[in-house]
Design a protein around this ligand. Structure first.
Ligand SMILES: Nc1ncnc2c1ncn2[C@@H]1O[C@H](COP(=O)(O)OP(=O)(O)OP(=O)(O)O)[C@@H](O)[C@H]1O
Length: 586
């Protein structure tokens, strides 16, 4: 763990060296005051040497000031190293999360992942800034004092030092258990975070079903589990301090008895002054050990958090750019699904959703996908975006296999407008520019006008700078759709994926959206999950999907004439050819 942590510390050596140098000075200065005390007792008092009183007092004052200066320097430098390290870990973790594939996010709860970046990294912060660095300071102090004590009195010190391995052994045995109990604590924090994220991000759902009490109870239960896990860890960690203290008092009793015996023998091995100084050194020696026992708990807490961070860092994305992946340059925009086999589960265990599926999206033409719910329409869109990799077969754009091109270049060339709102909190402008941040103001206005969105945006309280709320909650359904269309137009992609809204819109919004969509789809290769009659009828080709298989294809007239699945879907769903209904079984 420490070796991995040190990877994050690289590049901070000057600061670290400064901190260690200051620590070394502190360790050296620790001896001065006990030494001056010993000198005063053994030499100055017996000889009534009044002239030495001022220099001794001055020496003590000067040492105290220097200890303060070096203490400040080392604390600040270590804290700075710690903060920078934590920042590095947090940004690496966030970057790594962003690089993971959709299947990973399908499995994990958002709130749980959030707790890794926030709560787990915070735990680590405690160890890196206060813990690890404090331990280094204490270790240096401990070794320096132990050497000096050995020089002062070999027999006494040797026996005393024999006690310390016992303490280290206790710490080691204890550490593993403590770590697993802190891991439980972190897991309960993640559960609470998951609950918080779920209920707050779906607050409309909670209110609609008047489920506040149920959510409160659930949160209280998770809080209770967290309290219990914390108490279990504390019961355990609280034992360690008194155990270490006990061993220390054994040491002190030994020094008092054995040291006094040596002093009473009067053969010069021990004087009253050196006995007082020796006890002072012993206290100095005990300080790092006592602090270490307290840090032990913090360290195990941080180690548990670090385990969880590493678990995420060690997950590799299943969908990643290959070495030497090229930029996708779209020419005509022909998309080919060739013998595609795919499922969301495990290829070795689960049966596929799509089996040897073939489809060609003609360049510049609109292909409408219709079929029952769960037939696999959205899955085709997900595969084209390479959210998931196919199990077998290939998908290509202008003859280039999606796995051979960079994900960024692929997704830049595909525009998506979905019924599930893909907007984020921020202003209208920020949302429009999300796909192409470098677009000019002129281009922005043109896209908004072409998407029939300019007028309603201008009418908002701050126009293009109006904040639209989380996922665009302050906009109507039709407005959100037009914003998505404008954003896609601004990015000017060669291929469009459109998942039409199923919700009925009023005639005016519907007309505006149709107009916007016509502009968007014109001249581009489009795959539309079609729910609107107008789109279905005017599509260049309609493809009927059933259970992951393509069962019919052709244009509207051809399919009606054919009298197959499309016709029955059509007649059932569009009895009088109403504009807002959908060819979609639920
Ligand atoms: N992320 C996922 N993980 C596991 N299974 C999934 C996932 N997404 C979809 N599925 C499953 O794959 C099947 C096809 O889903 P898909 O969303 O492609 O259907 P669809 O035709 O778009 O349906 P609808 O018209 O209702 O949106 C469904 O049985 C669904 O349960």
């Amino acid at each position: 763990m420490f070796s991995r942590l040190f990877l994050h510390v690289r590049g901070q050596w000057p600061l670290l060296l400064a901190a260690w140098a200051a620590t070394g000075c502190i360790a050296a200065l620790q001896f001065v005051i006990p030494r001056l005390t010993q000198y005063a007792i053994d030499h100055v008092i017996p000889k009534s040497d009044y002239n030495m009183l001022l220099p001794i007092a001055g020496g003590v004052m000067l040492t105290a000031v220097l200890l303060g200066v070096f203490g400040y320097t080392s604390s600040y430098a270590f804290a700075k190293v710690g903060q920078r390290t934590v920042l590095d870990i947090r940004t690496s973790l966030y970057r790594h999360l962003q690089s993971l594939d959709m299947a990973y996010f399908d499995r994990k709860r958002t709130g749980e992942l959030m707790s890794r970046v926030t709560s787990d990294v915070n735990q680590l912060q405690q160890m890196v800034s206060a813990g690890t660095m404090g331990i280094l300071t204490d270790a240096v102090t401990f070794i320096a004092i132990a050497c000096f004590m050995l020089y002062q009195n070999v027999q006494l010190t040797a026996v005393l030092l024999a006690l310390f391995p016992l303490m280290l052994l206790a710490a080691r045995l204890y550490g593993g258990k403590l770590r697993s109990s802190y891991r439980n604590v972190q897991e309960t924090v993640a559960d609470m975070s998951g609950q918080l994220q779920d209920s707050l991000s779906q607050i409309r759902l909670v209110k609609t079903f008047a489920a506040e009490e149920r959510e409160n109870t659930r949160f209280a239960e998770l809080g209770e589990a967290n309290k219990e896990a914390n108490l279990a860890a504390t019961r355990f960690s609280a034992l360690f301090g008194p155990a270490i203290d006990l061993l220390q008092y054994v040491g002190m009793a030994f020094v008092l008895a054995f040291g006094s015996w040596q002093a009473m023998r009067g053969n010069g091995e021990m004087t009253a002054g050196s006995m007082v100084a020796y006890l002072a050194y012993l206290r100095l020696l005990q300080n790092p050990v006592r602090r270490f026992s307290r840090l032990m708990s913090t360290m195990q807490q941080s180690a548990a958090a670090y385990d969880r961070i590493i678990e995420t860092m060690n997950t590799s994305p299943q969908v990643a750019d290959r070495d030497g992946a090229r930029e996708l340059h779209v020419g005509t925009g022909e998309v080919v699904f060739k013998e595609v086999t795919f499922g969301y589960g495990d290829p070795s265990k689960d049966s596929p959703l799509l089996c040897r599926f073939n489809l060609v999206l003609q360049p510049g033409k609109t292909t409408a996908l219709v079929g029952s719910s769960g037939a696999g329409k959205s899955t085709l869109a997900h595969l084209l975006l390479r959210y998931y990799d196919v199990w077998d077969g290939a998908i290509s754009v202008d003859g280039m296999d999606l796995r051979e091109v960079t994900q960024a270049s692929l997704r830049r060339r595909i525009g998506i407008v979905t019924q599930e709102t893909m907007l984020r909190s921020g202003s209208v402008r920020e949302n429009l520019l999300y796909g192409r941040p470098e677009a000019s103001e002129d281009e922005l206005l043109q896209a908004a006008k072409a998407a029939c969105a300019h007028e309603f945006i201008e009418a908002l309280p701050s126009g293009y700078d109006t904040e639209i709320g989380e996922r665009g909650v302050r906009l109507s359904g039709g407005q959100k759709q037009r914003l998505s269309i404008a954003r896609a137009l601004l990015a000017n992609p060669a291929i469009i994926l459109l998942d039409e809204a199923t919700a009925s819109l009023d005639t005016e919004s519907e007309a505006l959206i149709q107009q916007a969509l016509q502009t968007l789809l014109h001249g581009r290769t489009c795959l539309v999950i079609a729910h609107r009659l107008s789109t279905v009828r005017s599509a260049d080709r309609i493809v009927v999907l059933e259970g992951g298989r393509l069962i019919e294809s052709g244009n509207h007239e051809e399919l009606l004439e054919h009298g197959g699945r499309y016709r029955s879907l059509y007649e059932r769903q569009f009895p009088q050819g109403k504009q807002t209904e959908i060819p979609h079984e639920t």
